[in-house]
Design a protein around this ligand. Sequence first.
Ligand code: SF4
Ligand code: SF4
Length: 379
Amino acid sequence: MQYEFYKNPLFRVYAEIEDGCLKMKTGGVASPLMKKFLTTNISIFDGEKPANVEADRLIYSTWMPPIPSQGFDRLVRSQMSSMFGKNMPDQVTISITEDCPNNCIHCALPDTKNRAKLAPETVKAVIDQVLEMGTTFVIFDGGEPLTYPGLEALISYVDPDKAITGMFTSGVGMTEERARSLKAAGLYSLTVSFDSAYEEKHDYVRGRKGVFKSAVEAVRNGLTAGLLVNIYVVLSRDNVNELDELYALATKLGVHELSFYEIVPTGRWIDHASEIMTPKDLRKFDNFVSGAREKEGPRIFPIPQIMRTTGCMAGRKWLHITPEGNILPCACVPIPYGNVHRDRIREVWKKIREDPAYNAKCCLMRNPEFREKYLKLLE
Ligand code: SF4
Ligand code: SF4
């Protein structure tokens, strides 16, 4: 089976699966020339383990539209435009509610206790605007999005020919029935957070007993309902020694992908800049990722590693909407460039793109100069 990544009358890029991994190939008369031009883009996929292989489509990652699909074609077009300096927000996270039964140590939301929510019509207006701009991944985030009445109606509002939908959850509230109803609404991928492979430690970080059990149940119920399931780990100095255990847990649960992000000093953790991961911790992570490629188990999505090549995505490929309607360059940069209750997102995006800070090579929130200049935070 060949999975078509890109096709025009002169050139095509496709993948075949060999030993469970992608083998990238090109064809067409323009192949020798185009191949040189696109080597970096194509090499990202070559040799990688996909999240899932289906008869008629390839799920490279739970973070990306299936291949082939109209959503993926839109993503390719966006990639091409960005090569010519025109960026669009491929991935938009909408924090629909601040409500959450947990109390995580490192939550990206400031602890405002005002429990703001976005009205369904506001969320729909956001969806309309970002799909029009070219977004290919709409993520419903919180708080805990499962507490939001009418979540399913928002998911089904997203045109599946334009974008896939995802949801970030702690797992609390994800019953079998809820998982089936989310699947029926068209949810593409379910992302469940784990801070540790150990129940007690996870519950400690989440600020409440029972969250680990809920997360495990959410994964199981999501898989039974036929959703793509991704486990999301925020890597920190506290769990970097548990990488093998986290991989074993993800393998045992049978998820499609295990994604890692690196802890960011923001939200409730904003004054912890001195506690971010060390270069030694990151080397440990790199060694783990290389070793895990050879193991039986889910695909790993190592965002800290990928960002070393792509740079920071804030305001370049990502955009975030808070429960108050503020428009941020990413969920962790607490600088409102506008608000969906009064501004058009396209105009706000333009404003962000005019700021050269948002072409950063590394995480802005881990950059002391950015923190001092933009947030007046002196460490
Ligand atoms: S990190 Fe997520 S689960 Fe934890 S308190 Fe914040 S919104 Fe709730
Ligand atoms: S600033 Fe960039 S690297 Fe840091 S959390 Fe936001 S998108 Fe990620």
